[in-house]
Design a protein around this ligand. Structure first.
Ligand SMILES: [Zn+2]
Length: 334
């Protein structure tokens, strides 16, 4: 927690809400919430009050005879209707190579439903924005789309010239309708995304900036998921180089329906890894694709499935020096 600020019950309930159906030790909780030594007694009191009182929005209970281990129960709502919810799959298009028609093929394997959250985590210069703009271009004629992010617009409510140049370089895209208006909405926000998310639309959020209290990522994504209703949210997260997951790690992963991480591949290419997917027609978890971004960061190119090089085990070198099998990248085409 922030210096000298006391944890409130609402904050604790929000935090625990990200762990429904799971167990947590009191040590883990205190670590995540940065509870200081002198606050520990009060924290234990709060927890036992929550245990006794199930009306605060989350139900928890102690597990086993030793104290310190808690189960966070899954929130359930009583069902009182026979009506089947008519949530339908959403025919979303992922980025693909315009010139060589190469693609990831997620459209054929992945099931995207109303209310889903798709997360793209990558370090700087990892094609995250290229991903967002290409997906926007590929979907804005099919669905109403909203683009949120502080790097697209200036403070005077004009589009950033850099973004306009980037859009114009994508000469295969018609960004405007017959009336000369953008086919999507840009909201120049950089916080409180859950309050700006538009239900029923494809909401692109590039990107969620969070420096501390990383567990908040889970809470923010959960609120976005709730706010998006029958739409879809596509969220970009920052990722440290070499990290498997983006900022907020497991907290982001838990709430996401689809989670991909983008890393460098060799000097100029990128490698995408699927960390989590609801794949109904085949498996996706752990599969990787290599790709290029060409034409000043606008075009996907040469997307193909890759795997770890069996010669150097993904390192790009062996005891004898550079690995020639994979051209020092550590990965080879499947
Ligand atoms: Zn190799």
């Amino acid at each position: 927690m922030i210096e000298n600020k006391k944890l409130t019950t609402t904050e604790l309930v929000d935090y625990l809400g990200s762990f429904q159906g799971q167990t947590l030790t009191i040590k883990e909780m205190m670590g995540d919430l940065q509870i200081k030594e002198e606050q520990q007694r009060a924290f234990r009191m709060m927890l036992s009050r929550l245990c006794a009182d199930g009306t605060k929005g989350i139900k928890i209970k102690t597990i086993g005879s030793k104290s310190g281990l808690y189960k966070i129960l899954t929130n359930i709502t009583p069902i009182n209707t026979l009506v089947i919810p008519n949530s339908k799959p959403i025919d979303i298009t992922f980025p693909y190579g315009i010139d060589d028609v190469s693609g990831f093929g997620f459209e054929q394997i992945l099931e995207v439903d109303e209310g889903d959250v798709l997360v793209i985590a990558g370090d700087s210069n990892s094609a995250k924005t290229a991903w967002v703009i290409n997906m926007l271009a590929a979907n804005m004629d099919k669905f109403p789309c909203v683009l949120m992010g502080n790097e697209y617009a200036r403070i005077d409510n004009q589009l950033s010239p850099k973004f306009v140049r980037r859009m114009k370089r994508m000469d295969w895209v018609n960004w405007e309708n017959e009336a000369g208006q953008l086919k999507f909405i840009i909201l120049p926000v950089n916080e409180d995304y859950e309050d700006w998310v538009q239900p029923g639309k494809i909401n692109f959020i590039d990107w969620i900036d969070i420096e501390e209290n990383l567990w908040l990522i889970g809470r923010i994504i959960k609120r976005i998921k709730h706010a998006v209703g029958n739409g879809v949210a596509i969220i970009v997260l920052q990722k440290g180089r070499g990290q498997i997951l983006g900022r907020g790690r497991d907290w982001g992963l838990q709430m996401a329906d689809f989670y991909v991480a983008i890393d460098p591949l060799g000097q100029y290419q990128r490698r995408l890894t699927v960390q989590k997917a609801k794949a109904t027609k085949g498996y996706l978890d752990g599969r990787m694709w290599g790709f290029d971004i060409i034409d000043f960061g606008t075009k996907f190119h040469n997307i193909r499935e890759i795997k770890k090089c069996s010669h150097c085990y993904g390192k790009g070198y062996t005891t004898r020096g550079d690995c020639e099998e994979c051209n020092k990248t550590g990965y080879v085409d499947v």
